[in-house]
Write a new protein. Structure first.
Length: 437
């Protein structure tokens, strides 16, 4: 028999255990509460208070105020007979290799150390005015959960609740990381700097993103690069203004800027191996005040995206070379600011295989597993993945039949809430398998 929730029309949920399916109404309630109260990065006070209230109510140990509004909760398994982590050859891709497990004087593993798995969820919203006409629409003007972070927080809360109630089903430790400011300016690195991966040391980390680019009932998971590096540049071209009829008396910043915009496209076309993927986009260009006045300044800004970590630093250097050369040829000068926002989000091969093996138990295969799911979007989960082995994956959440297929960051973005229970099921199974008895 196919089990469905009221909001689902086509997904077989028989692989989601009844005890998690029974949480679905509560998950929906939490998600809609959060959706009505969106908060921007490092301003997630109401969200943080809601999470802390639930954790306290359930008796889950937690710490608040990390990187301003972040929270870390600790759930200790009660299972006995934990075998610790199997130490394999250094070349092994096993997701259960423990780099923190000490060796005895003879060079063999000492007594087993309980494993630690972290689960990360982001909490922040976007500066977007919601256009959805739903009972749970945003109550905060100009702010909206338009990327699914309300769902991420809800899935993590549901996972924490379930694991705390079923601590006998696993051994070791689960760290639930509720992170602020993923959209900007980035809360992962400040949380890492605050020590969230230490005491006890995290062996591996997982996280998910509800993904309206995939249909409900699918999981996008792959080894290696999943999401791109995000770099930002802002440039002001300094020319010499004048009368539109007397260009010989000027240094036209618009002409200089136009040539720069065109030339920047040659970086990907002629400096990047065609096998690699990269993007250079100029998203803003502002100049001039009147039709007959040659502008003395032009301002542009844009973004750079790439998967290959070897490109770190390359685009900054090449962009400045092009800008400097064109400005010099026209007698202009420039002011360039360049920011490396997030590195590429790169999954550990062993952890990606681990998550895939778990997801196959929850979604129908093989169609339910989507390995070709890369995106040039950026994610500061990348900072966690630089510190410990881990996997970030996409959980399909689109349902076009119900109009729930608008893209992320759209003012009408919404997702099929059936994905909430599916997310909890996947996280719980990951914990039970990773922290196996």
């Amino acid at each position: 028999m196919v089990s469905t929730f009221p909001n689902s029309t086509s997904v077989d949920l028989s692989r989601v255990r009844l005890s998690i399916r029974s949480l679905q109404p509560q998950l929906v309630e939490w998600r809609r509460y959060l959706h009505q109260r969106p908060e921007l990065g490092f301003q997630e006070k109401l969200t943080s208070e809601f999470i802390a209230q639930k954790l306290q109510e359930w008796g889950i140990e937690h710490q608040t105020g990390i990187a301003q509004t972040g929270i870390v909760a600790i759930i200790e398994g009660l299972g006995t007979g934990n075998k610790g982590l199997e130490v394999k050859d250094e070349s092994s891709q096993s997701p259960i290799a423990n780099p923190h497990r000490p060796l005895s004087p003879e060079g063999t593993p000492s007594s087993p150390i309980p494993k630690v798995l972290a689960i990360r969820a982001d909490m922040d919203a976007l500066p977007i005015q919601e256009l959805n006409e739903v009972p749970y629409r945003s109550q905060h003007d100009g702010r909206m959960h338009a990327c699914g972070h309300d769902g991420h927080t809800t899935i993590a809360l549901g996972t924490a609740y379930y694991l705390h109630k079923h601590r006998e089903s696993f051994a070791g430790t689960v760290k639930m990381i509720f992170q602020p400011a993923e959209e900007s300016p980035g809360g992962a690195k400040p949380m890492i700097d605050a020590g969230v991966l230490k005491n006890p040391d995290v062996d591996a980390i997982i996280g998910l993103h509800l993904w309206n680019n995939l249909p409900l009932g699918t999981v996008g998971v792959r080894a290696g690069a999943l999401m791109a590096a995000t770099e930002i540049f802002q440039c002001t071209i300094l020319g010499k203004g004048g009368h539109g009829a007397m260009p010989h008396q000027t240094v036209d910043s618009v002409v200089v800027a136009a040539q720069i915009v065109n030339a920047l496209q040659t970086i990907v076309a002629r400096n990047v191996n065609p096998i690699d993927s990269a993007v250079v986009t100029v998203g803003e260009l502002h100049a001039g005040t009147k039709w007959n006045v040659i502008a003395d300044t032009a301002k542009m800004s844009g973004t750079v995206r790439y998967f290959n970590p070897a490109f770190e630093g390359f685009f900054k250097q090449r962009i400045e070379q092009i800008i400097a050369g064109i400005c010099q040829s026209h007698g202009a000068s420039y002011d360039l600011e360049y920011y490396s926002h997030y590195p590429p989000t790169i999954n550990d091969a062993g952890m990606a295989e681990f998550v895939r093996s778990v997801a196959e138990q929850v979604v129908e295969t093989p169609a339910g597993i989507v390995p070709e799911c890369q995106t040039m979007g950026g994610e500061d989960m990348s900072f966690f993945l630089r510190e410990v082995p881990g996997c970030y994956f996409f959980l399909g959440s689109a349902n076009p039949e119900k109009g729930l297929a608008y893209p992320h960051h759209h003012p009408r973005f919404d997702f099929d809430e059936t994905a909430l229970a599916m997310g909890v099921e996947i996280f719980v199974r990951c914990v039970e398998k990773f922290l196996s008895l």
